[in-house]
Design a protein around this ligand. Sequence first.
Ligand code: NAD
Length: 178
Amino acid sequence: MTALRGGPPRRLAESGATPALTGKVVAVTGAARGMGRAHVDACIQLGARVLMIDVLDDLGSQAAQEHGSHVKYTHADVSDEHDWARALEAGLATFGRLDGLVNNAGILLPKSMADTTGDEYDRVCAINQKGVFLGMKAAAPILRDNGGGSIATSRPPRDWWESASASLIPPASSPYAA
Ligand SMILES: NC(=O)c1ccc[n+]([C@@H]2O[C@H](COP(=O)([O-])OP(=O)(O)OC[C@H]3O[C@@H](n4cnc5c(N)ncnc54)[C@H](O)[C@@H]3O)[C@@H](O)[C@H]2O)c1
């Protein structure tokens, strides 16, 4: 997200400048823990209100409570188009607008290719690939009607893809690299 390129949020806050995301609303998927939770915290420090999306309802709700009225948690499986519609509607009902989406939800299946079933492979692709597509598809019209916005996607670092192209995929995670 462009607004985060200026450095860690704490440094921005200490600068005394108006936080870059003041007045903005950002939806973050996979928001209940890990990198998604860090994205939520960063957006809040930059002045945004955040729609947290995840399937881990206990963790997500607890995190949202800690942030108070700046944050709403909603359950959605990013591989489900209807869940996307419901989630973004819930965010609009609460905050009245949407300015950005962080497509962060993803799963890592710790199995070799030989041990991975077709259904498991489909599930990884449904979340890590189709989930990103569905998120962009659901958010884009709202952002367009809003006059613009930003969509960011968490992805593995470049050396993963270079490993994949060189057939050096870490052996316990081949569906992820696909
Ligand atoms: N951790 C890393 O080093 C790293 C590096 C590069 C990219 N990534 C990517 O960043 C993202 C987050 O990684 P992480 O390490 O924080 O993972 P994590 O497993 O800690 O968190 C992933 C979150 O996504 C949620 N999630 C999983 N399936 C979902 C679904 N169907 N619908 C909605 N939410 C779902 C989980 O409940 C969880 O809260 C992933 O997409 C991962 O591929 C991670």
